[in-house]
Write a protein that binds this ligand. Structure first.
Ligand code: PLP
Length: 467
């Protein structure tokens, strides 16, 4: 395919609701496309530039400057771009900010604070100052429930719990005076979504892939004095002071990701800055929560109203298995009554619809079938009749799900073998088709085809119908 054909194709963009990597603004992607081969007359792509070149130093400095002006970050704070994602910070923050004999206080509010605690458990003194785990993280701790240590090194908080759909509206006071005990905030999923007072935090970190750009770069905003807490014997690359001193260029940074972050920040600025973004987020969240509330219980938000996130709106489909949001993120394990094999492939919503329809609703919706009507006179056995009706019903349900869920159905299809498979191994819809065909075509008995008992009964029925 030539370059010409690629650009001639119209781009089909979908609605992307992923939490991260999230959708990037189209104007940003178009700008990337324009500058991909030749960044502003440099004759090369940003991906090919030396990170020591004046061009890239300019890109790096501009991205930092934009973030400073949008979030109102003072000179007391350093802004650095690192690698390793938000997860790397679960280790790097305690490595750099822990003071001997002083614990890390954690506000445990979900899967991401659990990961941070997991790292602390590897030998760092810590204290869970509050946890809403017993309530499956469906709310945030109230201020009066939090029990800070008297001498904490710092407090770890996740301002927006991506998976659980909770968000702190204001950070808790961590000492008699703001800043007494520094607050280290994981803002991976709500940075730049609303105005914040950076001075209330000692350190903020955020993987860029949700709100600021592509994956690969993590933004750190750190009070300069805190970076000096770290032991100088820590690995060089794991000390914040190294990156502050070298303006994020101690080693090769994720250059392209930093460039795209700069473009996203420029785009935010063009819309009217963070207050304008907050307005958009408010409107989007309202639309979603109103829809959930107005769905007459079909959708249900498990999160307490006062703790609800404007960034990640979680909901359950009524009748779905009620589990903790964190559990939802794990590979799904069915906890209800045993599923038929094919049901296991269906998403929860489909299972719900199926379970409601399949029994009485679908039953009622099936038009009266000539077989069913006649069968009562031909096979004058109540049980047999019910079984046949059941067989037909299952075939219809299967066909419906086959159409609706083609992929899953294809996965279930028996392998084609060179030999014609025995009818005993045919899937139900096949038996059903054969049974239908036999009604119109065959007079001869079908018993010798070794059909399964259900098919045999059906064929017996056809034979009885034959003139
Ligand atoms: C709140 C929060 N913290 C941390 C992370 C981990 O980020 P990363 O995948 O960049 O390590 C995520 C990722 O989804 C997140 O939502």
């Amino acid at each position: 395919m030539s370059h010409a054909t690629v650009s001639a194709h119209t781009v089909k963009r979908v609605f992307n609701f992923n939490a991260g990597p999230g959708a990037l603004p189209l104007p940003v992607l178009e700008r990337v496309r324009e500058e991909l081969l030749d960044w502003r007359g440099s004759g090369m792509s940003v991906m090919e530039m030396s990170h020591r070149s004046p061009e890239f130093e300019g890109i790096n400095a501009a991205a930092e400057q934009k973030l400073r002006s949008l979030l109102g970050i003072s000179d007391d704070y350093a802004v650095i771009f690192l690698q390793g994602g938000g997860s790397m910070q679960f280790s790097m923050v305690p490595m750099n900010l822990c003071l001997p004999g002083k614990p890390v206080d954690v506000l445990h509010t979900g899967a991401w604070t659990a990961k941070a605690i997991g790292e602390l458990k590897k030998g760092i003194l810590h204290n869970i100052a509050a946890s809403t785990e017993p309530e499956k993280f469906t709310r945030l701790p109230r201020f009066d429930e939090i029990k800070f240590s008297s001498n904490a090194s710092y407090v770890h908080i996740c301002t927006n719990n991506t998976i659980e759909g909770t968000q702190w509206t204001a950070p808790p006071e961590t000492g008699p005076k703001t800043g007494d005990v520094p607050l280290a905030a994981d803002m991976s999923s709500d940075i730049a979504s609303r105005p914040i007072d950076v001075n209330k935090y000692g350190l903020i970190f955020a993987g860029a892939q949700k709100n600021l750009g592509p994956s690969g770069v993590t933004v750190i905003i750190i009070r300069r004095d805190l970076a000096e807490r770290a032991d100088k014997n820590l690995p060089t690359l794991l000390q914040y002071r190294t990156h502050i001193k070298e303006k994020s260029l101690y080693h090769t940074p994720p250059t392209f990701a930093v460039y795209v972050v700069g473009l996203v920040l420029e785009w935010i600025e063009s819309l009217g800055g963070i207050p304008a973004i907050e307005k958009r987020n408010d409107a989007k969240a309202k639309l979603l929560y109103d829809t959930i509330e107005g769905s007459d219980g079909f959708y249900r938000c498990p999160v307490e109203k006062s703790s609800r996130s404007k960034m990640n709106v979680v909901f359950r489909v009524a009748g779905g298995v009620s589990r903790s949001a964190a559990a939802e993120d794990r590979p799904r394990r069915h906890t209800g009554p045993p599923l038929r094999r094919r049901d296991a492939y269906l998403p929860v919503q489909r299972r719900y619809l199926r379970s409601r329809r399949s029994s009485h609703q679908l039953h009622a919706r099936i038009p009266p079938h000539p077989w069913l009507k006649k069968s009562s006179t031909v096979v004058n056995h109540k049980n047999n009749n019910a079984r046949r009706r059941n067989l037909l019903l299952r075939a219809i349900v299967f066909q419906r799900s086959f159409r609706l869920n083609r992929k899953a159905a294809l996965r279930r299809r028996p392998r084609r073998s060179a030999r014609r498979p025995s009818p005993r191994r045919w899937p139900l819809h096949r038996r059903y088709q054969v049974a239908c065909r036999s009604a119109s075509r065959y007079r001869a008995p079908l018993a010798h085809t070794h059909a399964a008992p259900a098919l045999a009964r059906a064929s017996l029925f056809h034979r009885r119908q034959a003139p």
